[in-house]
Design a protein around this ligand. Sequence first.
Ligand SMILES: NC(=O)c1ccc[n+]([C@@H]2O[C@H](COP(=O)([O-])OP(=O)(O)OC[C@H]3O[C@@H](n4cnc5c(N)ncnc54)[C@H](O)[C@@H]3O)[C@@H](O)[C@H]2O)c1
Length: 281
Amino acid sequence: MKDFKNKVVVITGAGSGIGRALATAFAKRGAKLALNDFNEHALKETSDSLAATGVDVFRKNFDVADKDAFFLFSQETADRFGHVDIMINNAGIGLGDYVFHEVDLDLVERVMDINYFGVLYGSRAFIPHLLKQPEAALVNISSIFGLTGIARSTAYCSSKFAVYGLNQCLMQEYAGTNLRIHSVHPGGINTNITQNSLDYKSAVNTETHDAFQKQFLKISPDYAAEVIINGIQKKKQKILIGKEAHLLDLAVRFFPSLGGTIVNKTIQRQLESIGLKTKTI
Ligand SMILES: NC(=O)c1ccc[n+]([C@@H]2O[C@H](COP(=O)([O-])OP(=O)(O)OC[C@H]3O[C@@H](n4cnc5c(N)ncnc54)[C@H](O)[C@@H]3O)[C@@H](O)[C@H]2O)c1
């Protein structure tokens, strides 16, 4: 897909970070937008600022882990605009530093419900609409942590691997159709992901989150949005964002076990270099 003028683009998690940057970047290219977030205030801020510049925006505040709400949103979007061209399952949530055998399973399930089932429901609800268009794209946001396992990040990593797995299946299944599937793997993007994490308010983890944000999240969300849009235009199945994402992808593809160990050791060293002691078993 080369041109986005009058294309209908759906973006979940559009109240902040990459989602908000994508909404702005598509709006500049003349797209019409259907935006979601479960943070009503943040979603209103994104959509009001774009609507004020004349962009046609439909917004719907719901939790992507709510299957029924997602199907209603897909129907309402199709009714409102008459068609849907691009669906971007971007909404996601982080969880801090936990030793696996100590982590609260309710937190793990909530991460899976949002990061994996939210993406699955969004894909399932919107693909029937996307298949009606001559050209369409489904963009599911995974992570570099959907490419290699990271110690003490089981919930987040597993959810992002699951998204990558879903994307791989969909690429095969819809290969002969009008629909392109894009699996997106950002490196560290400077967004509100740490502050929005499930456990950020817990004092124990705030230090970990802040240190992580400072050390790892350096790429601007606007740059991330441009890389994603470029990837859609070039029909790239795997969209890597940032130098570290490219390096990590190469390392774990060619040296799966050694690559994973090197990545983990590097992260640990970087955290320790800023005075952060990670939990060990
Ligand atoms: N920031 C990074 O370094 C990074 C790296 C790799 C992948 N990602 C992924 O990119 C995506 C966007 O994250 P971001 O960095 O822009 O974070 P962010 O916290 O700035 O934005 C995420 C948005 O999603 C919304 N959201 C969260 N859970 C939701 C739910 N259940 N229903 C509806 N909306 C919900 C939040 O309210 C927020 O507005 C996420 O899937 C994240 O996992 C981010």
